[in-house]
Structure formats: structure tokens, C-alpha cells
Design a protein around this ligand. Structure first.
Ligand code: RFL
Ligand code: PHB
Length: 404
């Protein structure tokens, strides 16, 4: 290969998922230059079906980034969710028990598309299909990123590196092992997801604790449904026909759900493993981890994308402080600020996961404990508040408030 083509920016962002793209947009609004380097193509990024629920904090951040118009026109505002167990349902009035907050149903694919379009419209630089990305010298004031593309090597000099490259990315893997602690819990099951152009079975989401395992009835619009089934880790997506999926979902629903369920051909089917994972710290010299690069939650609490958006907001604020006020206070405090929120969301996601799923080797009594806890929570003002406050998400200034 020929010698590397060299260029320079203020912030090199690795990864063009929601974390990297939103950071790029927020930095652009603040007048800070950034280049995004992504391993796969834009179409591949858009083809990944993932999150569906945005907290108010994420909605506000997308507005702040100037990409909220389509979300407000097409997204669905939900003021409640339903929990089902022992063949019964209970609606949790999120709005009432969280002091007037809601969540927004708007797919990650749509968020990503809106951010990509805004980036292209502003003429900002994203390098897709970059191979062999590597991060260098982030323990000095002159870090840089290298990659290969189309037979050419590239080098990007920068002031900071933002590791927004997801759980399997290169940034966390490049942090010195002696400086990093990783906390991890792997769950003994996965979620098999199916997307279909059928009307959702219920107006609001339904989280189901059934003797056959967990199920979730979610949606992307009034005409597009997203369903999930808890499956053993040994299962492969190829072994699940659409018919088998719908049949199993029917068995986990109640009579009303079975009657209302509309089935159809799948647009997408995939299995996701479930994991709780946190990296401490999230800053290594001039490199920061944000989003799934630094932490993973099981999807039960709908928190992953929402943590990614708040990480990048904290990071953007810290970088603005650095450039505008010549202060390192924000970057010094980045890990602490993020981790306070992250651990709260990790706890909620773990707790809801163990409350709603069947674990291998559970004793018979465990399901009875789960039912009793769900009964208690949904018939107590404090219980309903606990679910609602956590589900709609913590405020952005949570770290400051928790110190008071
Ligand atoms: P992403 O989306 O994984 O993007 C990282 C990007 O980095 C790229 N990359 C590299 N680029 C350059 N060089 C390298 N060496 C690279 N290595 C990787 C990747 O190609 C990719 O494009 O991470 P990000 O941006 O931090 O976003 C996180 C979210 O995607 C994730 O937390 C959510 O999807 C989690 N999640 C949910 N979160 C919610 O808030 N609400 C939900 O309802 C919700 N539902 C879900 C979910 C995740 C799921 N799965 C499949 C894990 C439902 C499911 C089933
Ligand atoms: C989704 O619609 O993909 C979704 C919704 C809520 C969750 C997880 C996933 O808790």
C-alpha cells in the first residue's frame, strides 16, 4: 500500500450508529469539526432493526440536533405500557405516575436515517466501509486514527477520539487492560425478534411473563408490528419459520391477544443475546467511550439507545467547555456523569429482566414470587411510580440532583 493520506479534524468519531451520528450533529451545531469513520456501509447500518422506544430526554436531544421534524410527525406518543402475567394484564399509566412524562415509539432505523440525512445536507464527512480502523496515541495530546479503504491507507490527526463503535468495536479493545474494569452478566437466553407489516395487537406495548417464557408486543407504527420471544441460546433463527413464531406468540398471549393478533410474512427476523455490561472508566486520556462501546443493557427496559444519546450529550458539553472555555473540567467529569445514569438504567434493565423471564432451572416457586411481585407493584402507588419513573427515564441532570 502507498503512504497514508493524512488529514486533520478536532474530533474523530469511530462508528456511525446513533451515538456517533448524534454526536457528529451536536458538535456541528456547536461549531466543532468532526469526521466519522464507519466499518460497514450506510445501507448495512440502516438494515439493523433494533430499538423502538425513545425517552423524552432522547426526543429533546434529537430536537436539539435539528432532526426532530419527522419523528414528531410519524412517531407515536405512548403514555402507558401493559404488563401481563398469570393470564392477566395490568396497564401502568406512565404519564400519571411519572409526573406527566411519556415515551415515543420511533424506530432506531428512522432515527439513524434522519441523522444521516442531516449530516449529508450539512456536507459533513463520513467515511463508510473503512477497514482495519485503529486508534493511536490517545494517551498524548496528539491522538490519531488510521484505516484502509479501496487499497489506500488513511490517517486522521485529531484532538480527541470518540469511541462510538458499539460493543464489538476497536476503541474499548484498545484501552490499556490495566486501566479498565469490565462488569458483565450474560443471560442464559436470547430474544427472537420479528418485524411485520401487520397492525399491532395492542395500542400500547405489552410485556408478557408466561410459563412458556417472556414475550413482548411492540410496534413501529399503526401498521407495523415488532414482536419478541424469549428463546434458548441454542436456537438459530433459521430454525424458526414465521408460522412457528406466530404459533408460539399465540401461546404466550391471553385470549384477547389471540383474538386480536394479525399475522403476516416477516420483514426481518433475528436473535439477540441478552447481556448486562459496564466499562469503568469511560475516558482513557483523549479517548472517550459512548453508547454500546461502553455499556450494554438487556433490551427489556428499552434503555440502550437512550443511554447512547445521553452519553453523547455529556460528551458534547464537555468538548464545548474544552474549546470555548479552555476548561478540562467537563472532560475530567465525563465518566462520573455518565456512569451515574448508566448504573441506574443497568439496574432497572436487570431487575425487569429477572422479573419477566423464565430462567433455566428455576424452581416452581420462582414464578409464584414473580407473580406476587407484579401483583404488589401494580397495586401500590409506590410500585407504579417505581416502574413509571424508571421506564420513562432519568433527567439529564440526574448526576447533579443525586448529589443533593
Ligand atoms: P451501534 O448501534 O452498535 O453502532 C456502532 C457502530 O460502530 C460501527 N463499528 C465500527 N466502525 C469503525 N471501525 C470499527 N472497528 C467499528 N466497529 C464497529 C458499527 O458498524 C456500528 O455502525 O452502537 P451505538 O451507536 O452506541 O447505539 C446503541 C444502540 O444501537 C443500542 O443500545 C440499542 O439498539 C439497544 N436497544 C434498545 N435501546 C433502546 O433505547 N430502546 C429499545 O427499545 C431498544 N431495543 C435494543 C433493542 C437492542 C436490540 N438488539 C438487537 C441488541 C432491541 C434489540 C433487539
Ligand atoms: C422494540 O420495539 O424493538 C422494543 C421495545 C421495547 C423494548 C425492547 C425493544 O423494551
Amino acid at each position: 500500500m502507498s503512504t497514508a493520506q493524512t488529514s486533520r479534524t478536532q474530533v474523530a468519531i469511530v462508528g456511525a450508529g446513533p451515538a456517533g451520528l448524534l454526536l457528529g450533529q451536536l458538535l456541528h451545531k456547536a461549531g466543532i469539526d468532526a469526521v466519522i469513520i464507519e466499518r460497514v456501509s450506510a445501507d448495512y447500518v440502516l438494515g439493523r432493526i433494533r430499538a423502538g422506544i425513545l425517552e423524552q430526554v432522547s426526543v429533546d436531544l434529537l430536537d436539539e440536533a435539528g432532526v426532530g421534524t419527522r419523528m414528531h410527525a410519524e412517531g407515536l406518543v405512548h403514555g402507558g405500557v401493559e404488563l401481563m402475567w398469570d393470564g392477566r394484564r395490568h396497564r401502568v399509566d406512565l404519564n400519571k405516575y411519572s409526573g406527566g412524562q411519556n415515551v415515543m415509539v420511533y424506530g432506531q432505523t428512522e432515527v439513524t436515517q434522519d441523522l444521516m440525512q442531516a449530516r449529508a445536507a450539512a456536507g459533513l464527512s463520513t467515511i463508510y466501509e473503512a477497514r482495519n480502523t485503529a486508534v493511536h496515541d490517545f494517551d498524548t495530546a496528539r491522538p490519531y486514527v488510521t484505516w484502509d479503504k479501496d487499497g489506500q491507507s488513511y490517517r486522521l490527526d485529531c484532538d480527541f477520539i470518540a469511541g462510538c463503535d458499539g460493543f464489538h468495536g476497536v476503541c474499548r479493545a484498545s484501552a490499556p487492560r490495566s486501566a479498565i474494569t469490565e462488569y458483565e452478566k450474560v443471560y442464559p437466553f436470547g430474544w427472537l425478534g420479528l418485524l411485520a407489516d401487520t397492525p399491532p395487537v395492542n395500542d400500547e406495548l405489552v410485556y408478557i411473563n408466561s410459563p412458556r417464557g417472556f414475550a413482548l408486543c411492540s410496534q413501529r407504527s399503526k401498521t407495523r408490528s415488532r414482536y419478541y420471544l424469549q428463546v434458548p441460546l441454542t436456537h438459530h433463527v433459521e430454525d424458526w419459520s414465521d408460522d412457528a413464531f406466530w404459533q408460539e406468540l399465540r401461546l404466550r398471549l391471553d385470549d384477547e391477544g389471540r383474538e386480536r393478533l394479525v399475522t403476516g410474512p416477516s420483514l426481518e427476523k433475528s436473535i439477540a443475546p441478552l447481556r448486562s455490561f459496564v466499562t469503568e472508566p469511560l475516558r482513557f486520556g483523549r479517548m472517550f467511550l459512548a453508547g454500546d462501546a461502553g455499556h450494554i443493557v438487556p433490551p427489556t427496559g428499552a434503555k440502550g439507545l437512550n443511554l447512547a444519546t445521553t452519553d453523547v450529550k455529556y460528551l458534547c458539553n464537555a468538548l464545548v467547555e474544552f474549546y470555548r472555555d479552555k476548561s478540562e473540567a467537563g472532560i475530567d467529569d465525563y465518566s462520573r456523569k455518565c456512569l451515574g445514569r448508566i448504573w441506574r438504567a443497568e439496574r432497572f434493565s436487570w431487575w425487569l429482566t429477572q422479573l419477566m423471564h423464565r430462567f433455566p432451572h428455576d424452581e416452581q416457586i420462582t414464578a409464584k414470587f414473580q407473580h406476587a411481585e407484579l401483583d404488589y407493584l401494580t397495586h401500590s402507588e409506590a410500585g407504579l411510580r417505581t416502574i413509571a419513573e424508571n421506564y420513562v427515564g432519568l433527567p439529564l441532570d440526574f448526576a447533579e440532583r443525586s448529589l443533593m
